[in-house]
Design a protein around this ligand. Structure first.
Ligand code: ARG
Ligand code: ZN
Length: 881
């Protein structure tokens, strides 16, 4: 089937075509008569023509899947010749400079399977408007540079829908006839419509209070389905921590009388920062020690923080257009990463964040979907909520922080918020504020926003014993990406130090400087190649580069194994120390066939691991990270073509070697870390569980009865979900005879808890077993699974496609065919979820010819399907190139 013959090719939107809005909306009054199948929406738009706009310019209102019931101007019905309706929306002609447009529409929330706009989840009403969902609620200029004051009245049945919420503060409420009631909400802050929200239903809540540092009292609410009321405390504590942290670190206070968070089970993404009324995927709110893992607790804190921080970085100052998405997302991710660092362990947080960046973002940046932090074109903007816009965007802000220093950066932020409060602006405005506040030129730095691709750094070192100098030559190069063949050099901050052969830091004096300036400093690499000469160096040093991973680059170093061992034992920067050990392990894995990864070959790694296991002075979480072998997804970055089976076999072989060689050490460490007392999610306790469970996973690699018994005992006795799930995971990936029985036990125990069932699905989808594909296929028919719930799709299908490379990429191509078919089915219901799942295919060129052919066939079927969504079309078409 040729789609081009049937459907027109979806249009591309370009940054260069940006035009300021011709009309502004000053105020909106919305009235909702809520009904699951037929909700009526009345809107009163107070419009004003922009000064530069000609009098004949029509007003364009976006609209999608709406039934228009009526339209009036200043109280008079509009005649049909004054407006035109098509699939994209409504165009109104002959408007006065200012006036009021009244529009009535009807929508069907229960039929909204895309979960964009107004929809129902577990019988409750909720909305998701970012990026372009508001146009599915009513006709409106759905673009972030149109900012209006919203007043919203909700009417519904009092018994079925007792809770009626929208943005801002409640200003009126009361009873209506026929058992209905209403509440009116007013949001005093002008906002783009993507920040609009309403929630209505039969919900329970917990309430708390926060007093801002200027004395404003804020009521805090978390709304959930009533059976979840006992799982909200951690989210509430996290919210209060976030509010305090933003005051202390950024001087930013909350600005409304209430802050509300609602948890829903059906949600495409993680959460949404709607003004005063955040809507969350329930997985980022609900936690109880027996149902949520340490990682869940951690993610909740970070996402609650993220959405709260958006109140300033996103809401008070928003984006001019969607190309500027990283203005709010990159900045806000940086803010949430720093918040998590301050609440927990900075080193552990940084290593985790770098892992995400290097495994996922570097991959995206090297493939057909590569795009700049500020993209310059898109078909479906929802495809650009990416690791590049979010996580690389956060790295760009982090580099600004590094280059300007904590104080300079803070002055820049203050100026940015002061200059642009209430405005919709660009990433350039952000950088301008940083420059204006500090006097530092960021001219060249701006390239980080416009050029895609991961720069590659090379180091050449030269020690001169006579002159006692050490010369470091850094060279940068950025490979081409789609549409960008030639790259200009980046402005790269390289945090570094030098140490001697005992691992002691050396004072750093650059050529021409009068005195040494500390033991760690930031070199700024701006040209393609630059040499930095350090003085007074008594003997050949070991350079340590990219402390804290100071720039999102690939760094090739010519370290000897001995140097890596030295750094992995002595380097003071947790990231560089961890990185040295990982590099040692990676070298082993990539240069030896699996059968050669025996105790002799792995001796240095085994000895380092033995010391780490016994080093009780070191943070257990850092010990666990050091003992974790590089992930298959990260190893894949270093090979061509990717042979998933080979990477997996090598990693498993090395695990087994370590497990055998270190058995008594692993057992001792495991026993030592046994805890009784009540569960606490704090970083220290979580770190101990992490290390202990890592020991368990190594021990079970031996596949013998005593290891099985250990895991079974842990499963039975666990006092929290972290330990219970870790034991289950160890068993599921083993040949333990009881594995099926334990899986069944877990399901029967937790089948009522949808988030725990997600974990159960994921464990099976990622299981290291020959029959995993058949198992996943069978599970799509299990009552626990549903194609209409995004979390279920992610837990089963995405976990398989992206978390089980061996299963998904099996040589028969059966994994591709299965997931491809699921994607095409899903696309008819929920294009955003379908297109996120399709990400598993974008890297098809990285595999061998047989796999390429299998993946390409699926991408072509997606691209050419009749009625394919814009979202899925864009992913498939771009991937095929
Ligand atoms: N702004 C939200 C967040 O990062 C993400 C919403 C994205 N939604 C979407 N459909 N693209 O916090
Ligand atoms: Zn965000």
């Amino acid at each position: 089937m040729d789609r081009k013959a049937s459907t027109p090719k979806p249009a591309t939107v370009y940054l260069k075509d940006y035009q300021p809005p011709a009309w502004q909306i000053e105020a909106v009054e919305l009235e909702f008569d809520l009904d699951p199948q037929a909700t009526r929406v009345r809107s009163r738009l107070q419009f004003r023509r922009a000064p530069e706009t000609g009098p004949d310019t029509p007003l364009h209102l976006d609209g999608e899947a709406l039934e228009l019931l009526g339209i009036a101007l200043d109280g008079e019905p509009l005649t049909a010749d004054r407006y035109r309706l098509d699939e994209a929306g409504l165009e109104v002609r002959g408007l006065p400079e200012t006036g009021v447009l009244e529009i009535e529409t009807r929508i069907n929330p229960s039929a909204n399977t895309e979960l964009s706009g107004l929809y129902t989840s577990s019988g409750n009403f909720c909305t998701q408007c970012e990026a372009e969902g508001f146009r599915r609620i009513t006709f409106y200029p759905d673009r972030p540079d149109v900012m209006a004051r919203f007043t919203t009245t909700l009417r519904a049945d009092k018994v079925a829908t007792p809770v009626l919420l929208s943005n801002g503060n409640p200003i009126a409420s009361g009873e209506l006839e026929d058992g209905r009631h209403y509440v009116t909400w007013q949001d005093p802050f002008p906002k783009p419509c993507y920040l609009f929200a309403l929630v209505a239903g039969d919900l329970g809540w917990i309430r708390d209070r926060f007093v801002t540092r200027s004395g404003r009292e804020v009521d805090l609410y978390i709304y959930v389905q009533k059976h979840n009321l006992d799982k909200c405390d951690h989210a509430m504590a996290s919210l209060k921590h976030a509010m305090r942290w933003d005051e202390e670190v950024y001087g930013r206070e909350y600005d409304l009388d209430r802050y509300m968070i609602v948890a829903v089970d059906d949600f495409n993404m993680g959460a949404m920062e709607n003004k005063g009324l955040n809507v969350f995927n329930s997985r980022y709110v609900l936690a109880r020690p027996d149902t949520a893992t340490d990682a869940d607790y951690q993610n909740i804190e970070s996402v609650i923080g993220h959405e709260y921080f958006h109140n300033w970085s996103g809401n008070r100052v928003t984006c001019r257009d969607w190309f500027q998405l990283s203005l709010k997302e990159g900045f806000t991710v940086f803010r949430d990463q720093e918040f998590s660092s301050d609440m927990n362990s900075r080193g552990v947080q940084r290593i985790g964040d770098v892992n995400i960046l290097r495994t996922h973002q570097f991959r995206e940046d090297a493939g057909p979907m590569a795009h700049p932090v500020k993209p310059d074109h898109y078909v479906a903007i929802d495809n650009f909520y990416t690791v590049t816009v979010y996580n690389k965007g956060a790295e760009v802000v982090r580099m600004l922080h590094t280059l300007l220093g904590t104080e300079g950066f803070r002055r820049g932020c203050d100026l940015y918020f002061e200059r642009h409060d209430g405005q919709a602006v660009t990433t350039d405005d952000f950088v301008n504020a940083m420059e204006a506040a500090t006097g530092v030129s960021l001219q060249q730095f701006r390239r980080w926003y416009d050029q895609a691709g991961t720069p590659e750094l090379e180091l050449e070192r030269h020690y001169d014993p006579q002159a006692r100098t050490c010369a470091l030559t850094l060279r940068q190069h950025c490979p081409p990406t789609p549409g960008q063949s030639d790259k200009q050099p980046f402005h790269i901050p390289v945090a570094m130090g030098l140490c001697d052969r005992e691992g002691r830091a050396l004072p750093l004096r650059l050529y021409g400087e009068a005195a040494a300036g500390g033991e760690s400093r930031v070199l700024e690499l701006c040209r393609e190649e630059e040499t930095f000469v350090f003085q007074d160096i008594p003997a050949e040093p070991v350079p340590v580069l990219l402390r804290g991973f100071s720039a999102p680059v690939k760094l090739a170093l010519d370290y000897t194994d001995a140097e890596l061992a030295l750094l992995s034992a002595h380097e003071r920067d947790p990231f560089c120390r961890w990185e040295a050990g990982q590099t040692l392990a990676r070298r082993l894995l990539l240069t030896h066939p699996p059968q050669a990864l025996d105790a002799d070959t792995a001796r240095p790694l085994i000895e380092a691991a033995r010391r780490t296991l016994a080093d009780t002075a070191l943070d257990p979480a850092l010990r666990a990270l050091a003992l974790t072998l590089p992930a298959e997804g990260y190893l894949a970055e270093f090979v061509d073509p990717i042979e998933p089976e080979q990477l997996h076999t090598a990693r498993q072989a090395l695990r087994l070697t370590l497990s055998r060689a270190l058995r008594p050490d692993l057992e001792a460490c495991y026993e030592q870390l046994t805890e009784t007392g009540a569960y606490s999610p704090d970083a220290a306790s979580a770190g101990r569980r992490r290390l202990r469970n890592l020991c368990l996973s190594y021990l079970i690699a031996c596949e013998d009865d005593s290891a099985y018994q250990l895991a079974l005992r842990q499963y039975e006795q666990a006092g929290n979900m972290t330990d219970s799930l870790a034991a289950l995971q160890a068993l599921v990936n083993s040949d333990c005879p009881q594995r099926e029985a334990v899986l069944e036990d877990f399901y029967s125990r937790w089948q009522q808890d949808t988030l725990v069932v997600d974990k159960w699905l994921s464990l099976q989808a990622t299981a290291d077993r020959a029959d995993t594909l058949e198992r996943v296929q069978a599970l799509t028919g299990h009552p626990a699974f549903s194609l209409t719930n995004p979390n279920k799709v992610y837990a089963l299908l995405r976990a398989f496609a992206q978390g089980n490379p061996v299963g998904f990429h099996q040589a028969s191509g059966a994994g591709y065919r299965f997931i491809g078919e699921q994607i095409r089915t899903l696309d008819g219901r929920n294009p955003q979820v379908a297109s996120r799942l399709a990400a598993a295919f974008t890297d098809w060129r990285r595999y061998n010819p047989t796999r390429q052919a299998g993946m390409r066939t699926e991408l072509e079927k997606m691209r050419d399907a009749g009625g394919v969504s814009r979202d899925l079309y864009e992913i498939a078409a771009r991937s095929l190139g």
